[in-house]
Design a protein. Structure first.
Length: 181
């Protein structure tokens, strides 16, 4: 069953990430069919620029929606399959935890595709959006925290069990003054 689920998830992921290119071509075709503007597709010197701009805009919009849907999919799969994680020992033969975790990892290949290294999360590193994402997955992250501000997202497989608290600069300064005085 795992082989079937894994193959299906991989095939779906490949199809899913190709939708931006296919969708852009379809939008361009629909514009050509329904928008009877003779100057838009006429053989002029600037036609390539117009077509390139339309394709780029469509591709960017579709890819943005795909990224948002992917993040929402990952959060939903985590909460449906895993719920809130708790520290403890989970034996393969006595608990369904490990099997559910493997199923979650199998159903989440969308996060690893596209956007080059780091998947969908790479453009979010160092921003408040990645903090919101991990908080939605159950992590405890304090205010004014930046995750992976260097630009390369790391691995956080069990965010429920992660607690990141950064003290403000004023606290560091007061500790420094206390040590000196």
């Amino acid at each position: 069953m795992i082989v079937i689920i894994s193959a299906t998830a991989t095939a779906f992921s490949a199809i899913y990430w190709s939708l931006s290119g296919i969708g852009s071509a379809q939008v361009l075709k629909q514009i050509q069919i329904h928008l009877h503007h003779p100057q838009l597709f006429a053989p002029r010197w600037y036609r390539f620029g117009i077509l390139y701009a339309v394709i780029t805009i469509c591709f960017t919009i579709i890819l943005t929606f795909e990224g948002i849907i992917t993040v929402l999919w990952d959060i939903t799969v985590k909460w449906v399959l895993m719920g809130r994680r708790k520290p403890g020992l989970y034996d393969w033969d006595q608990s369904s935890y490990c099997q559910r975790w493997q199923l979650q990892l199998t159903l989440s290949p969308l996060m690893l595709k596209d956007s080059g290294t780091g998947g969908v999360l790479a453009p979010l590193t160092g921003s408040a959006y990645i903090v919101w994402y991990f908080r939605a997955l159950g992590a405890t992250i304090g205010e004014n925290c930046g995750l992976w501000v260097g630009g390369n997202p790391g691995l956080m497989t069990e965010p429920d069990l992660v607690e990141v608290i950064i003290f403000g600069i004023d606290l560091y300064f007061s500790i420094f003054l206390t040590v000196i005085l």
